[in-house]
Design a protein around this ligand. Structure first.
Ligand code: BTN
Length: 223
């Protein structure tokens, strides 16, 4: 894989590393922008990503690929597992520990390149229903060690069947879920699985829906 000849640019305070990455390193595959603080961190589907000191906020330029969102989710979950944290994925790529969010991924693609944003809580959990590495393990990791571990894991995913790898880490399969697709368009049912395109299959009791994108909520406890 030729994407990870990494140039890492450190910045202290930015609006969003997504914007800096796009401006500074457009088209340079493998380049990474990492910030100490973001003032306007973005999450998926218009959410805000709170980004105080003590987190990883990084954007990587990668080649667009239909599995990118799942690929990076797998990589982040595995990097956390290497620290002894039992990280799982809520479809498509929220990284959870015992139901609490520890990391998230935002992909903004244009043409053949994608700006892949990764946010991970290291020293603190900015939201009530979130957690952080410091709360989940005694193992110490610096932000830059975590970033390098994630980059290595991303690279590894190009050598395997990413859908199989994703399924093995996906906490959504088998759960009762509600997926908000657009405002007022929700599907509730049992998540049957992930198809070869990475789409979520949800049985609402009448039919099986193939869901390409949305905000997924686990309605049961999953025990
Ligand atoms: C989500 O779970 O909603 C995705 C969160 C993505 C946050 C990261 S932090 C680095 C990059 N810059 C941003 O503004 N967002 C992403």
């Amino acid at each position: 894989m030729d994407q990870m000849n990494t140039r890492i640019v450190h910045v202290d305070r930015v609006s969003s590393t997504q914007d800096v990455a796009r401006e500074m390193v457009s088209q340079e595959l493998g380049a990474v922008v990492v910030a100490d603080v973001q003032e306007e961190g973005r999450g998926r589907r218009g959410h805000v990503w709170l980004s105080p000191h003590g987190g990883l906020y990084a954007s990587i330029i990668l080649r667009s690929d239909p599995a990118l969102s799942l690929r990076v989710g797998v990589a982040v979950a595995r990097a956390l597992r290497k620290l002894g944290i039992v990280a799982l994925l809520k479809w498509p790529n929220d990284v959870l520990v015992a139901g609490k969010k520890i990391a998230g991924i935002l992909i903004e693609s244009s043409g053949e390149t994608a700006v892949v944003g990764i946010g991970a809580n290291i020293a603190r959990a900015p939201l009530e229903n979130s957690t952080c590495i410091a709360s989940e393990t005694e193992q110490q990791v610096t932000r830059d060690e975590l970033l390098h571990s994630i980059l290595r894991e991303v690279e590894m995913t190009y050598k395997e069947d990413i859908i199989e790898a994703y399924r093995a880490l996906c906490a959504t399969i088998g759960r009762t879920v509600q997926v908000n697709i657009t405002a007022g368009n929700e599907i509730t049912g049992v998540a049957l699985g992930i198809n070869r395109d990475g789409h979520l299959l949800v049985d609402d009791g009448e039919e099986t829906h193939v869901i390409v994108g949305g905000d997924c909520v686990h309605l049961d406890t999953g025990v």
